[in-house]
Ligand binder design. Structure first.
Ligand code: DLZ
Length: 206
């Protein structure tokens, strides 16, 4: 029988002009890797260009709210302090610094265009983590704090933060939700689609 779960059918949103940040935890790396692949697959399917998918990691899920907040803060800081604009991009932005190019020709339109892209904010962020319940209360504390933290970042900043945190009781439950070994459904695909839909809507589209 078909499952009733999931976001249901949505119209196709065009992500070709969106910039999406993915911040993932490194704990439970097999599951994370599959979820990351699923997320990128659906972003690309919606037209998001590879150069506009910026991936970064944090040690564990506990660090996800901070990891998601960092690029937003970095951009706000640059806006408030124009004299810092020529500094190398924030560590979440893996493209090389453009400083030498800027020194070479401050007025070149291509350089200006590239510089704008580097300083362009994210349209949506996706936080990915996997918490597997152990024998202690660790799971409950982290799950609750991370959920609250991610919600806070998205409401305080106005940048959509997709909740890609799996909170599972067993590894098997995680595998089914990461679509590993043909099992279940890869939830990362839903997270990518959600980011595109929210990014488009935030811009007033859809
Ligand atoms: C410590 C810990 C534990 C026990 N379990 C997980 C987990 O299942 N998933 C996860 O993403 N992270 C886990 N961590 C690490 C914490 O999230 C965090 O990285 C450390 O406590 C350091 O702050």
């Amino acid at each position: 029988m078909a499952s009733l779960k999931g976001p249901g059918a949505a119209r196709a949103y065009d992500g070709s002009d969106l910039r999406i940040g993915i911040i993932h935890a490194r704990w439970n790396s097999t599951l994370i890797s599959a979820l990351l692949d699923g997320t990128k697959k659906s972003l690309r399917a919606a037209g998001v260009r590879d150069e506009n998918i910026v991936v970064s990691s944090v040690p564990g899920s506990w660090e996800l709210p901070f990891g998601v907040q960092s690029p937003i803060r970095a951009l706000q800081h640059r806006r408030r302090a124009p004299h810092l604009r020529n500094r190398p991009p924030h560590l979440l932005d893996h493209r090389p610094p453009l400083q030498p190019l800027l020194l070479l020709n401050q007025t070149c339109p291509i350089v200006q265009h590239l510089r704008l892209r580097i300083h362009r904010p994210f349209d949506a962020l996706i936080a990915i983590g996997v918490l597997i319940k152990g024998e202690t209360m660790h799971f409950e504390y982290i799950a609750d704090a991370v959920s609250q933290g991610l919600m806070r970042v998205q409401l305080d900043s106005g940048v959509p933060v997709v909740f890609g945190l799996l909170t599972v009781l067993t590894e098997e439950q995680g595998m089914a939700r990461a679509g590993i070994e043909g099992r279940g459904h890869n939830h990362g695909e839903d997270w990518g689609s959600a980011a595109v839909e929210l990014g488009v809507k935030r811009r007033g589209g859809g």
